[in-house]
Design a binder for this molecule. Structure first.
Ligand code: FRU
Length: 505
């Protein structure tokens, strides 16, 4: 790397986080989900495997527990579960990023061994009619050794003038970069098109530094929300897959909810136009707290996805801690089967399993039952449910968790329609943010299985072999750890429960 010159803003953020993190009790944090070192965290950024370690950066405001001009926080891990903080990587210290800060982006290793970050600079361009600052968004680079990153003197490398006529220069962000087999680079970037609806555009570069507009990959055209954020494009199991996080969605059945959502478009790239031909559009995660996905291709060929385990529509429910806010969801292995996206927690999580408790063939009916040894808030629980009588299946099965004498959360499955309802209505929140979500299980089976991964203030549910995922943060104190099962009708269940070891020990 050329000589690294640290700005005052970055030096201040680094010394602040180093000092302030000492006031945060390790036990207040989740065990294996990466949480903000101090202050606020949103989107995952720069997810990469570099020099033998996974690097995960994130949208970060060290000084506040609400969103404020963005820095990039930084952590590394060998197993994606045990994280070590590294110093803040980027601070808003340039004219092109000193209004909103250093917005989301991605990372790639250059052929010379340096790590390059590509991010959105949210800078100021004059004022609006009402006197408030006018933001403009451009794509910028910072190059480094995996710890210190120098912003490129040629920044910004992509600005809104390169976009098709009529596109917004204020809503143009979140570049995800990759290298093609021929050594040239591409990046997908989110843009607000002339139709005032999201689009994903592709840029091209020979060397990673000098970029030109290539083509429009995908057009929202008013279907799924307005602006699309955080695009990611990759091929997987013979399909081309685009992930985006739309803002301002309207609800559609139980598939899409209003507000900020996540969608997955499975399709194929048209060889002539480069456009993504859609085959199936679905929600990535049906829970209350999942947004801004980003993936990487691991050295062993797995496509692994991370996301912010929070959602803009649910942040009013800040968790009990006060010096940090925000955590990442468990990294998930992705696959595409029969044209659908499947998700499963990374296999590294299995290594944390301890103390198996198993119950088989348990009859469940109306009165809630507790099973010996099945409780906890840091655990991995697998449950198979089947009707006691195939000809007369149960109507509704409920798992209550994070429960004490006063509070509980629940996952309820209704066989009619195959509807799942995840709820934290009675979890102890004093705020009226989103407290429950529904989704449908294809074909409404009466035999169903769930894997539920708990880490203190969250639960992630994977249905059957990962055909649906539902993620929810839980505001209830961790001492509420009772699990009970109840059924309208009669069901038989098998339960396996493991404690999950704290990988930081
Ligand atoms: C998504 C997002 C991105 C943006 C970042 C700013 O959550 O709005 O589009 O880059 O957050 O923090």
């Amino acid at each position: 790397m050329d000589k690294f010159v640290m700005s005052d803003e970055l030096a201040k953020a680094r010394s602040y986080e180093e000092h302030m993190e000492t006031f945060i009790d390790r036990d207040d944090r989740p065990c294996f989900h990466l949480s903000s070192r101090v202050g606020w965290m949103n989107d995952p950024n720069g997810f990469a495997f570099y020099k033998g370690e996974y690097h995960l950066f994130y949208q970060y405001s060290p000084y506040t527990i609400t969103w404020a001009p963005m820095h990039w926080g930084h952590a590394v891990s060998k197993d994606l579960l045990s994280w070590k903080n590294l110093p803040c990587a980027l601070a808003p210290d340039m004219p092109y990023d000193n209004l909103g800060g250093c917005f989301s982006g991605s990372a790639i290793e250059l052929p010379d061994g340096r790590l390059m970050l590509m991010y959105t600079g949210a800078g100021q361009n004059g004022k609006k009619e009402d006197g408030s600052p006018r933001e403009f968004q451009t794509q910028c680079l910072a190059i480094g050794d995996g710890k210190d990153f120098q912003k490129y003197e040629g920044n910004p490398v992509i600005d809104g003038d390169s976009l098709p006529e009529g596109s917004s220069k204020e809503q143009f962000r979140d570049p995800k970069i990759w290298r093609e087999d021929d050594g040239t680079y591409r990046a997908v970037v989110a843009s607000l098109g002339p139709d005032n609806s999201g689009r994903i555009v592709v840029y091209r570069s020979d060397d990673g530094f000098s970029w030109e507009f290539d083509h429009v990959l995908s057009r929202n055209a008013g279907r799924y929300g307005v602006m699309w954020e955080c695009p990611d494009l990759f091929s997987l199991d013979g399909k081309d897959v685009l992930l985006v996080s739309p803002q301002d969605m309207l609800s559609q059945g139980h598939e899409f909810h209003s507000g900020n959502g996540t969608i997955c478009i499975v399709g194929h790239l048209d060889q002539q136009t480069g456009e993504l031909v859609e085959e199936r559009v679905s929600c990535i995660d049906h829970g209350t707290d999942y947004y801004a996905t980003q993936t990487l291709l691991a050295p062993d060929g797995r496509r692994i996805m991370v996301a912010w385990m929070q959602n803009w529509d649910a942040i009013a429910g800040s968790l009990p801690q006060t010096r940090w806010f925000g955590q990442m969801a468990t990294p998930r292995e992705l696959s595409v089967r029969d044209g659908r996206l499947y998700q499963w927690p990374i296999r590294e999580l299995d290594d944390l399993r301890r103390n198996l408790v198993e119950h088989t063939g348990v009859q469940v009916s109306k009165t809630p039952i507790e099973l010996e040894g099945v409780r906890g808030r840091v655990m991995d629980m697998l449950i198979d449910i089947r009707p006691a009588d195939e000809d007369n299946p149960y109507k509704e099965f409920t798992i209550f968790f994070a429960q004490d004498y006063r509070f509980h959360s629940s996952l309820r499955y209704r066989t009619e329609g195959g509807t799942l309802v995840m709820s934290r209505i009675h979890a102890g929140s004093r705020r009226a943010y989103v407290h429950h979500r529904k989704c449908d299980v294809p074909e409404a089976p009466t035999k169903i299985s769930f894997r539920m991964v708990f880490d203190k203030y969250s639960v992630e549910v994977f249905v059957n072999d990962g055909i649906q995922a539902i993620t929810m943060t839980i505001p209830t104190n961790v001492s509420a750890d009772v699990v009970t099962f109840s059924c309208k009708g009669n069901a038989v269940i098998n339960v396996k429960k493991f404690d999950l070891a704290d990988p930081r020990d």
